[in-house]
Ligand binder design. Structure first.
Ligand code: SF4
Ligand code: SF4
Length: 330
């Protein structure tokens, strides 16, 4: 039987904050303006980065929420990474902070002095529901003029966004009206979207086809492969390690590298060995849980509903269903 232990970290990032000016409809972490306005402390950043390095990973990206909402703290994180010997591949931004070219250049120059080399700039119809494209264009230009690299994520949408008024925001409905009724479903082929967090609600009307029983029948194995995958890991401002891409699940940083005890992580242990069938059974036996919906997209959709139900019933190990705001801000 596979051992539940995060032995080595391959590639991942640091989540500095979950609060954001936007509530994008694909956001895996359910970020929004409604989260507590908490940013990673210098101490947590250093402890996270030292752990990452100790487990074999020497570079990270920095993401959120929107990391550039607290510039001083972000500068501290960049300097700490340098001190610890972990390279920062890029910092993600949604460009919401852009006001004018001069202030953007001053801000980026300051961050560059502290170690910023590349910005991943979000460009998508989801982001455009909240942030005008003109701000993104402003950030790209300011980065170019200050010698900061740009990682456009993704440039394929520039053509679509350029057809709409760049000074305003546009709903997904507007995109559908302009580009066709199947525009939103086609986004699944054009953009990397992990079916978790808010993407579940957004795509459920298009994709949910299976009952909870069918989902359980089709997924008889455990989720070891997903939970042990460290190719896109994250450690957050609370010292939580998020296993795989399973947002809302957490492992305490201090437990990385060790075999995870079932008493401390009952839900994670069940998911690891028995998968969705295991926690479905657990929810039925503990609380007479019955599925709230007629149909689900996949096992992760049902898993998210069951975990939300556990949080509402104050069930599970205190280390494993975090941050709790994830379950309240969907
Ligand atoms: S996807 Fe990015 S910009 Fe959108 S809500 Fe999530 S963190 Fe904020
Ligand atoms: S069912 Fe749950 S634990 Fe398994 S991969 Fe999906 S979200 Fe992760």
């Amino acid at each position: 039987m596979a051992e539940f232990r995060i032995k080595r970290l391959v590639s991942g990032g640091l989540i500095t904050n979950y609060f954001c000016v936007s509530s994008c409809r694909h956001c895996l972490y359910n970020c929004s303006p409604y989260w507590e306005k908490k940013y990673i402390s210098s101490q947590t950043a250093e402890e996270n980065l030292r752990t990452i390095r100790k487990l074999g990973c020497s570079s990270v990206h920095i993401g959120g929420g929107e990391p550039l909402l607290r510039l001083e703290e972000l500068g501290d994180v960049l300097q700490i990474a340098m001190k610890v010997g972990v390279a920062v591949e890029y910092v993600e931004t949604n460009s919401s902070w852009f006001k004018d070219p001069d202030s953007a250049m001053a801000l980026l120059l300051n961050l560059r002095k502290q170690g910023l080399q590349t910005l991943l700039v979000s460009i998508s119809p989801f982001h455009n529901e909240y942030i005008p494209f003109s701000r993104i264009q402003g950030v790209i230009e300011a980065a170019r003029r200050t010698g900061i690299g740009i990682f456009p994520w993704i440039s394929d949408f520039i053509a679509d966004l350029s057809e709409l008024d760049a000074a305003g925001t546009h709903s997904l409905k507007e995109f559908e009206e302009r580009f066709g009724q199947d525009y939103v479903t086609h986004l699944l082929q054009r953009y990397w979207i992990h079916m978790g967090g808010r993407a579940l609600e957004t795509f459920r009307p298009y994709l949910a086809e299976k009952s909870a029983q069918e989902i359980c029948d089709e997924n008889s194995g455990g989720c070891a492969a997903e939970l042990l995958n460290t190719r896109h890991f994250h450690l957050d401002l609370f010292g939580n390690y998020i296993p795989g891409l399973c947002s809302g699940l957490s492992i305490k940083r201090e437990d990385l590298g060790k075999a995870l005890p079932a008493e401390k992580y009952p839900i994670l242990t069940t998911l690891f060995h028995e998968g969705i069938r295991g926690i479905f059974k657990m929810a039925q036996e503990e609380f007479d849980y019955t599925p709230a919906k007629d149909s689900y997209i996949n096992k992760c959709d049902l898993c998210t509903e069951i975990r939300t139900f556990f949080v509402q019933n104050d069930f599970g190990g205190s280390a494993e269903l975090n941050p709790k705001e994830f379950y309240k801000n969907s």
